[in-house]
Write a protein that binds this ligand. Structure first.
Ligand SMILES: *[C@@H]1O[C@H](CO)[C@@H](O)[C@H](O)[C@H]1NC(C)=O
Ligand SMILES: *[C@@H]1O[C@H](CO)[C@@H](O)[C@H](O)[C@H]1NC(C)=O
Ligand SMILES: *[C@@H]1O[C@H](CO)[C@@H](O)[C@H](O)[C@H]1NC(C)=O
Ligand SMILES: *[C@@H]1O[C@H](CO)[C@@H](O)[C@H](O)[C@H]1NC(C)=O
Length: 411
């Protein structure tokens, strides 16, 4: 064992050499190292709250090279609105008057995760999974004020709420916001608004008020019989009541307040991934999601002004997972049992699609939705069909011919 002072002197030196070695191998693509800094959650009063990881915890993690994530990067172009206020004004105009106000988008070259690298997707998936860190671990976390350890993790008996982690590089130049969500229990069932929110989030990911069968009770009164739906009604119900998107923009704004000069990336699993994507479309931040339900229709229903390109958003999902595929429907589906109608299937940006049904002979099953399946069964091993053509992962492609809710008629 080296004395601590000596170790702390040696370590930057060692890092320096390691850093240079990797730079030599791949000259133009620096790797970034991320460490866990904060946990975030939503309080029962729907306020965004943070809990900070004490600095001794991440500096000792750095020493042990433990819980440190290595990410390969690449430069990309993304578009951001001149300000969030300008974005919100344009959005309100579109909602109220159906007018599209020209919004100035700033084109910017930023550093983003290299989504063509399997190792990088694997590390990001691990960051999006947080099963192995618990806020009640006294060695790691000092629970900040306003942080109630009983609700963010295991908020509901069998589901978890809208929460996640914030990672940063040691110099704070790049920050990763990870949003975790499950197929059920977004925002939990507790608190005054819990139930209403869950129902309203069904409006974002179902064709018409989550009504997919005559036995279903709908979450809004916009259903007009047959396959007819009142579009404006759906949007109004959504915009009035859903906290899905506004909680996300608060969270993002809070983070830019904490890290004003940093590049932010957003990652997420499941509904957390859909939210990550909507925020990426809003703020121009690079996004990587795993197994996210289709959020393209949600962006339309929320009247988000659309940037010139959404190619900074990358979705990763596989064919055996009915949730991103939009096939977790029907009265007896596990989504329905959880109180969700996840019918949408079209995604913004680009998609890295793993056909596990064809290539690994998997059967469609909601149990393959978990991020652990993605980490252990898909990303941990080289993907043979890609390797065969000299790639590490399937090519990211836009979902160009995707049609949403094709049997429905909106008026
Ligand atoms: C934390 O949340 C639990 C369950 O919602 C509640 O019973 C408890 O009083 C809360 N504790 C604090 C300190 O707010
Ligand atoms: C990075 O941010 C943390 C807060 O999360 C702060 O304590 C630290 O001093 C910052 N470090 C640098 C190099 O700016
Ligand atoms: C986060 O943003 C909300 C809404 O803008 C604000 O009320 C709150 O004080 C912010 N919290 C932090 C920790 O910055
Ligand atoms: C999966 O892909 C690899 C490489 O293309 C191929 O050799 C293998 O036969 C495929 N497996 C199935 C079940 O199609």
């Amino acid at each position: 064992m080296l004395p601590a002072t000596l170790t702390s002197l040696l370590l930057p030196l060692l890092n320096f050499f390691q850093y240079n070695r990797s730079l030599e191998a791949i000259p133009s693509l620096p790797r970034l190292q991320f460490e866990l800094r904060h946990l975030h959650a939503v309080s029962t009063s729907t306020r965004v709250i943070f809990s900070d990881v004490p600095s001794q915890a991440y500096s000792s993690a750095r020493l042990r090279d433990d819980n440190i994530y290595n990410i390969q990067t690449r430069p990309i172009t993304s578009f951001r609105p001149s300000s969030f206020d300008a974005f919100s004004t344009a959005r309100r105009r579109s909602m109220k008057f159906g007018q599209s106000e020209p919004l100035r988008w700033e084109e910017k070259e930023i550093i983003s995760p290299d989504v063509e690298s399997r190792e990088t997707l694997l590390e990001l998936a691990k960051m999006a999974n947080n099963a192995y860190v618990q806020p009640d671990d006294p060695a790691w976390y000092e629970l900040g004020e306003g942080w109630n350890s009983t609700y963010p993790f295991g908020w509901e008996p069998d589901a978890d709420g809208f929460r996640g982690h914030v990672f940063a590089t040691p110099d704070n130049k790049t920050v990763v916001l990870s949003i975790k969500g499950t197929s059920a229990g977004m925002f939990g069932g507790s608190g005054p608004t819990g139930k209403k929110d869950k129902l309203n989030d069904n409006l974002l990911f179902s064709c018409c008020c989550a009504r997919i069968d005559w036995t279903w009770t709908t979450v809004c009164g916009c259903y007009q019989g047959g396959w007819k739906c009142d579009q404006q009604c759906v949007e109004e119900a959504l915009i009035e009541d859903s906290l899905f998107y506004p909680i996300g923009t608060n969270l993002y704004n809070n983070l830019t307040y904490m890290y004003p000069d940093s590049t932010l990336w957003i990652i997420g699993h499941s509904l957390g991934g859909s939210l990550a994507s909507l925020l990426g479309a809003t703020f121009g931040a690079p996004v990587v999601t795993f197994e996210a339900p289709g959020e393209r229709m949600a962006a339309t229903r929320l009247h988000l002004p659309s940037p010139p390109s959404t190619h900074h958003i990358t979705h990763v999902y596989h064919s055996a997972d009915p949730i991103p595929m939009g096939t977790c429907t029907g009265v007896l589906s596990s989504c329905a049992l959880g109180g969700y109608a996840l019918e949408t299937r079209c995604h913004l940006g680009k998609t890295i699609f793993y056909d596990t049904v064809s290539n690994l002979s998997w059967t469609v099953d909601v149990r393959t939705h978990g991020i652990v399946a993605v980490i252990e069964k898909i990303l941990s091993e080289p993907w043979a069909p890609s390797v065969e053509i000299g790639r590490e992962v399937p090519e990211a492609k836009p979902e160009e011919d995707c049609v949403e809710c094709y049997s429905w008629e909106y008026s």
